[in-house]
Design a protein. Structure first.
Length: 121
């Protein structure tokens, strides 16, 4: 079984504090949220279904969320092509603690979206 500590160990030291801060902020969104560590590079957060996916790369973290229509004034968020067949539509690259703070409102909107509350089939 892979743990969060395994994910942190897999990331470069420069990104480890960023990953820890991101996890703390996401886990603080609400009591209904559950964390699933599925590999050394993937963590998903769910209510009834996943509302956020965190992919850990060596030098950065990719946070994937639902499109909730929020504006991206910094222009850092990219669209995930529908051809991928993923449920998430937006991807936020994070490589600093300041970008964690920028990303959290998008993660929170995904958490609170009605799509997060649709049970899996």
């Amino acid at each position: 079984m892979v743990t969060f500590a395994d994910v942190v160990d897999h990331a470069n030291p420069s990104i480890q504090p960023v990953l820890r801060r991101l996890r703390g902020r996401i886990r603080g969104l609400g009591p209904r949220m559950r964390e699933k560590v599925t590999s050394k590079t993937r963590i998903s957060y769910e209510v009834e279904r996943d509302f956020c996916e965190v992919r850990v790369q060596r030098e950065r973290i990719l946070v994937r969320v639902f499109n909730t229509g929020m504006r991206d004034p910094k222009g850092v968020i990219t669209d995930i092509p529908k051809s991928h067949g993923w449920q998430f539509e937006k991807e936020i690259p994070i490589d600093s603690e300041q970008l964690v703070d920028y990303a959290i409102p998008f993660v929170e909107a995904s958490y609170r979206s009605s799509r997060a509350n649709i049970p899996r089939r």
